[in-house]
Design a protein around this ligand. Structure first.
Ligand SMILES: *[C@@H]1O[C@H](CO)[C@@H](O)[C@H](O)[C@H]1NC(C)=O
Ligand SMILES: *[C@@H]1O[C@H](CO)[C@@H](O)[C@H](O)[C@H]1NC(C)=O
Ligand SMILES: *[C@@H]1O[C@H](CO)[C@@H](O)[C@H](O)[C@H]1NC(C)=O
Ligand SMILES: *[C@@H]1O[C@H](CO)[C@@H](O)[C@H](O)[C@H]1NC(C)=O
Ligand SMILES: *[C@@H]1O[C@H](CO)[C@@H](O)[C@H](O)[C@H]1NC(C)=O
Ligand SMILES: *[C@@H]1O[C@H](CO)[C@@H](O)[C@H](O)[C@H]1NC(C)=O
Ligand SMILES: *[C@@H]1O[C@H](CO)[C@@H](O)[C@H](O)[C@H]1NC(C)=O
Ligand SMILES: *[C@@H]1O[C@H](CO)[C@@H](O)[C@H](O)[C@H]1NC(C)=O
Ligand SMILES: *[C@@H]1O[C@H](CO)[C@@H](O)[C@H](O)[C@H]1NC(C)=O
Ligand SMILES: *[C@@H]1O[C@H](CO)[C@@H](O)[C@H](O)[C@H]1NC(C)=O
Ligand SMILES: *[C@@H]1O[C@H](CO)[C@@H](O)[C@H](O)[C@H]1NC(C)=O
Ligand SMILES: *[C@@H]1O[C@H](CO)[C@@H](O)[C@H](O)[C@H]1NC(C)=O
Length: 413
């Protein structure tokens, strides 16, 4: 079988801009195709979300060549899609309208998987879609992609439009997120981005199989913000923190840094509780502090709601936390990265944290109680030091014993 393939990938920037505009307007939004497959053990083995349309050229009885663009309706069927029996070939099958059939095969080789063959067939005897078509009947096309190698345990992402013309059909694919051969039942958090998304090149022709390379999502440390809440004219709560939100939605994890420069904040100080909130156009985050045993404070609750442009809201809450525990009259400090697990789908990574929700005097932090993570920096030299001292002791003891033995030996001679 010939492995040669023509795959013309072109970046249609106007198309992307148009799609973005549609998303923003929220009016012309087309449903994305969306499929999650299980294997025979009910473990997730494939997840895919993508958009596609097809432009088909066909000959008419008396108006020459015509073309029609086919959109995939939201009630398309995925029946027949599966991860294969021995997990070496997975396939997605999409059927819709009157006789449209689309198929993609994924194959696996060692530590990578490939988008292998795409086939598409249509039936020109459908008079509604192909009015006055000269030839009536079923037409099948297929082509080998096989140029996109993705490391196992990474998901493939391509927001740009990929265009392929095969026979009389022009295929457009965009907003792709796919992972085949999922390991351990969870969609990876590692993204493998298509070249189109990375470099702005007007037309690229791929002829060779690129070596799979890992491209983890770089995410910088969030900038710490400094916040203070007043009760009347006096500061009653102080907080300094860099916050990174880790959101898992539709099995995809994304990281979001809070930018203190564009974030509004506030709070309330009561006798036995305090709240502190951060707000910007897309996110609302709230912290609830409480007092325990009359002498310590702690972070009791976190509430979050996020608004995404193109999908439903994300909310998470937990009011049974027990974090940031310190005596009242002191502040809690943690310079190292720490994590608050709010829910299965939401966690907050904190950086350069210092917080004092009660008994702030003259608008300044009181002495800090440091988190155990920060203590490591002191603990490690202590352990090393103790180890060295122990070693010296052993050497000294060995020396003394050695001296004694040789002395004893000398005596007997
Ligand atoms: C088909 O998809 C392409 C790429 O997103 C887009 O530019 C084009 O407008 C779509 N065609 C129709 C008729 O929606
Ligand atoms: C995919 O489909 C599932 C249910 O079929 C739905 O819960 C989920 O929100 C969909 N995701 C997207 C991105 O459309
Ligand atoms: C996939 O497996 C999960 C359990 O792991 C189950 O809840 C879900 O219903 C299964 N989905 C399908 C389509 O069988
Ligand atoms: C898989 O999950 C479905 C739905 O939850 C259930 O009906 C089916 O029995 C499960 N199959 C196995 C093999 O666990
Ligand atoms: C479809 O036909 C129109 C004119 O009828 C033409 O402008 C357009 O370029 C054609 N599109 C394709 C993909 O052939
Ligand atoms: C899908 O929806 C169209 C109308 O939008 C309808 O004509 C068609 O019968 C539906 N197909 C299925 C499989 O439900
Ligand atoms: C790959 O896809 C084709 C359809 O294009 C299908 O007929 C074939 O069985 C698939 N190959 C394997 C090994 O499953
Ligand atoms: C389509 O139109 C042709 C002629 O106009 C007719 O013979 C045929 O029966 C029609 N097919 C269907 C499925 O309606
Ligand atoms: C394209 O369409 C024309 C006329 O409809 C047909 O004669 C030709 O065989 C088709 N080509 C392919 C590759 O299907
Ligand atoms: C899957 O789990 C096994 C053991 O549970 C582990 O050794 C392996 O590294 C995991 N693989 C991935 C890709 O997470
Ligand atoms: C984000 O959360 C997921 C699971 O909730 C976890 O596996 C992943 O390591 C987290 N990533 C970061 C950067 O915190
Ligand atoms: C916030 O503003 C400061 C100074 O105006 C700037 O140095 C810093 O880079 C900004 N931070 C972010 C995340 O934009």
């Amino acid at each position: 079988m010939s492995r040669s393939c023509r795959l013309h990938l072109s970046l249609v920037t106007q198309g992307s801009a148009f799609a973005l505009l549609c998303l923003l307007l929220g009016t012309l939004e087309i449903d994305a195709l969306n499929l999650t497959l299980n294997n025979s053990h009910n473990a997730t083995c494939l997840h895919a979300q993508w958009q596609m349309n097809f432009t088909i050229d066909y000959e008419t009885v008396n108006h020459g060549l015509k073309n029609v663009t086919i959109q995939v309706p939201s009630n398309a069927s995925y029946s027949g899609s599966d991860c294969g029996t021995n997990d070496n070939v997975s396939q997605i099958k999409v059927q819709f309208g009157s006789g449209f059939f689309w198929n993609v095969n994924f194959t696996r080789e060692n530590s990578a998987y490939f988008i292998d063959i795409i086939s598409f067939s249509y039936d020109t005897s459908d008079n509604d879609t192909f009015p006055d078509a000269k030839e009536k009947g079923k037409v099948s096309t297929s082509f080998e992609v096989n140029t996109i190698g993705v490391p196992l345990d990474e998901f493939f992402r391509c927001r740009s439009v990929m265009t392929v013309t095969e026979g009389n059909v022009t295929h457009n694919y965009w907003d792709i997120l796919v992972q085949a051969f999922i390991q351990n039942n969870t969609v990876s958090t590692k993204e493998f981005t298509c070249d189109e998304d990375e470099s702005i090149v007007s037309t690229t022709t791929l002829t060779t199989v690129p070596v799979p390379t890992s491209k983890p999502i770089p995410k910088e440390r969030p900038h710490p913000g400094t916040y203070s809440v007043k009760n009347g004219s006096a500061i009653c709560l102080l907080a300094t923190m860099g916050l990174q939100l880790n959101i898992t939605k539709d099995k995809v994890t994304s990281l979001l840094n809070i930018n203190p420069n564009t974030t509004d904040y506030g709070g309330k100080c009561l006798k036995e509780s305090a709240t502190f909130w951060l707000n910007d156009s897309n996110e609302h985050l709230e912290f609830l502090f409480a007092i325990k045993n009359g002498n310590r404070f702690y972070l009791k609750g976190v509430n979050v709601s996020l608004t995404f442009v193109n999908s439903s809201d994300f909310v998470a809450a937990n009011n049974n936390l027990n974090c940031w525990d310190a005596p009242i009259g002191s502040s809690y400090m943690c310079n190292k990265e720490d994590t608050i697990a709010v829910s299965d789908t939401f966690q907050i990574n904190t950086f350069d944290l210092r917080v004092q929700p009660f008994n702030v005097v003259e608008g300044k932090y009181s002495t800090a109680q440091e988190c155990s993570l920060d203590d490591d920096s002191i603990l490690i030299p202590v352990i090393v030091g103790a180890g060295l001292a122990g070693l010296i002791l052993i050497i000294v003891v060995a020396y003394i014993i050695g001296r004694r033995k040789s002395y004893a030996g000398y005596q007997t001679l």
